[in-house]
Write a protein that binds this ligand. Structure first.
Ligand code: NDP
Ligand code: OXD
Length: 306
């Protein structure tokens, strides 16, 4: 069995070693133009030429959860597309989002500024019931985040494409359920995949439906958010702030207005990192299952886009 590794911005050596150990007998190598075609591929942002040279590929394993960039390419016919299915990401996402929501709710930025100014001053406790949180996307990551938030006793709402049930979460679904979902929330967390249906979904109209003093946490993709609309809603005071991990252009350009906005907290696309050992174990397990004719989780439907 041949496994081609074709991942931009990723050090190949430890992946080759890990996959080789997990799949004894497999030839695992970094793709070079003109190399023999592979049975399986492990990819992140591969060039089109790589895909064009893989006529017999059985499956493409994306070493991230989001496949929006991969689905923009022309894929080899008959190859299954498989995304990372948690592999240690959901706990990271739960940490990141709970941290962002609690930091805002408890006004820790204000306490930090007071501490730096040598000021001992209390803020009035705020009520959780005034801070309902909505999670857009109730998949592997969104469901974990919604459950984690409910442990802190925030009222939690969730929105998905099809109906979902989650203990402790009031769920809504479909375009018809969106207005009611949004108007029930003060804090909005985005964990949707980027598809033609969800591009630009965080805009003046949708964010404008949040309760006054709303707060956004975008940890999915930059192209979900219409950046000028966020700035306008912050400037009008309808939104109190946002924590953003993803951007339309990454790295965020040096002259981008987000860098200097006082109501924004920014991180460099790091809310849930790909963990190499967990990912190798998951991919190797799925290759073994496919070779044995078994079904696997994490298969992407290219028509649906996730
Ligand atoms: P899943 O595929 O498991 O879940 C997707 C969820 O979104 C599902 O609940 C799905 O609904 C819902 N959804 C999809 N389309 C729509 C729509 N049109 N309307 C309403 N709901 C919709 O994905 P994951 O949870 O694993 O990952 C989510 C995204 O997080 C990834 O696609 C990626 O972009 C991003 N991500 C970001 C990272 C970072 O570091 N910033 C790291 C990892 C992922 P249904 O349940 O009905 O199918
Ligand atoms: C992912 C990501 O999709 O890193 O996994 O954003």
């Amino acid at each position: 069995m041949r496994i081609a590794f074709c991942c931009t911005d990723t050090r190949a050596e430890p992946w080759l070693q890990g996959l080789g150990q997990a799949l004894p007998g497999a030839v695992v190598e970094v793709w070079r133009p003109g190399a023999p075609a592979a049975d399986y591929a492990v990819v992140w942002s591969p060039p089109q030429q790589f895909l064009d040279e893989q006529p017999g590929l059985k499956a493409l394993f994306n070493i991230g959860a989001g496949v929006d960039a991969l689905l923009r390419l022309r894929l080899p016919k008959g190859a299954r597309v498989v995304r990372l299915d948690d592999a240690g990401m959901s706990v990271q996402m739960a940490e990141y989002v709970c941290h962002a929501v609690i930091r805002h709710f408890r006004e820790f930025d204000g306490y930090e500024a007071d501490m730096r100014a040598g000021r001992w001053s209390f803020r009035k406790p705020r009520s959780r019931s005034d801070f309902p949180v909505g999670v857009m996307g109730l998949g592997v990551l969104g469901a974990r985040v919604a459950r984690a938030l409910s442990v802190f006793e925030f009222p939690v709402h969730g929105w998905s494409r099809t109906p979902r049930t989650l203990d402790g979460v009031r769920t809504h679904h479909g375009r018809a359920g969106l207005p009611d979902f949004l108007s029930s929330c003060r804090v909005l967390v985005n964990l949707l995949p980027l598809t033609p249906d969800t591009r630009d979904i965080l805009n003046r109209d949708t964010l404008g439906r949040l309760m006054p003093g709303g707060y956004l946490v975008n940890v999915a993709r930059g192209a979900h958010l219409v950046e000028e609309d966020l700035l306008a809603l912050l400037d009008s005071g309808h939104l109190a702030g946002a924590t953003l991990d993803v951007f339309r252009t990454e790295p965020l350009p040096a002259d981008h207005p987000f860098w200097r906005h006082p109501a924004l907290t920014l991180t460099p696309h790091t809310s849930a990192r790909t963990l190499r050992d967990e990912s190798i174990a998951q991919i190797a397990g799925k290759i073994r299952a496919l070779e044995d004719g078994q079904s696997i989780a994490g298969l992407v439907d290219p028509v649906r886009g996730y």
